[in-house]
Design a protein around this ligand. Structure first.
Ligand code: S3P
Length: 172
């Protein structure tokens, strides 16, 4: 089994702060930082929203899986995954096998309040929804995805923890 604890996968719902926390922890630990969505955009040469419109979600999930698996073997890196990454195909199992997974846990209302209009407009699953629709969507999608997120090795409570707590746990 290829088990590299120096590859860290941050997982959790859209808006939970995976990229922000990932960049902070990377700066403090000297690890590299990769945003999976950015890597996908480089590959497809367009935004995720444009890709969804052109090819649909199923095609996106295939590219997402391929891009995740392309990280095999990299070291000393923090990866911010997409909100749906752990919930499709064998992705969660793959991440647990090849690195250390961290679930950034945060309740739906707090998630919603952290999402700016720009964040909403750039995410195909959120755009065009009213405030009420967004809250209902986040609540049900989070419940649906929680069984996957909860398979993470480490649970990071976004409202209670700080980056130092995480650094202590991952750089062991
Ligand atoms: C998605 C989350 C997005 C992006 C895509 C789909 C999802 O990433 O991968 O829009 O299914 O939750 P972020 O979690 O970085 O917003």
């Amino acid at each position: 089994m290829n088990k590299d604890p120096n590859l860290i996968f941050l997982i959790g719902f859209m808006g939970c702060g995976k990229s922000t926390l990932g960049k902070k922890v990377a700066t403090k630990t000297g690890y590299s930082f990769i945003d999976l969505d950015d890597l996908i955009c480089q590959k497809i040469n367009m935004s995720i929203s444009e890709y969804f419109d052109l090819h649909g979600e199923a095609a996106f999930r295939e590219i997402e899986r391929e891009t995740l698996h392309s990280l095999y073997g990299i070291k000393n890196t923090i990866v911010a995954t997409g909100g749906g990454t752990p919930c499709y195909d064998d992705n969660m199992q793959w991440m647990n096998k090849n690195g250390k997974t961290v679930y950034l846990k945060i309740p739906p209302k707090a998630l919603l309040s952290r999402l700016s209009q720009k964040d909403i407009d750039s995410r195909p699953l959120l755009k065009g929804k009213s405030h009420e629709e967004l809250l209902a969507f986040i609540e049900s999608k989070l419940e649906e995805r929680s069984p996957f997120y909860k398979q993470a090795k480490i649970i990071y409570d976004v409202l209670q923890s700080n980056p130092k707590d995480l650094i202590k746990q991952i750089v062991l």
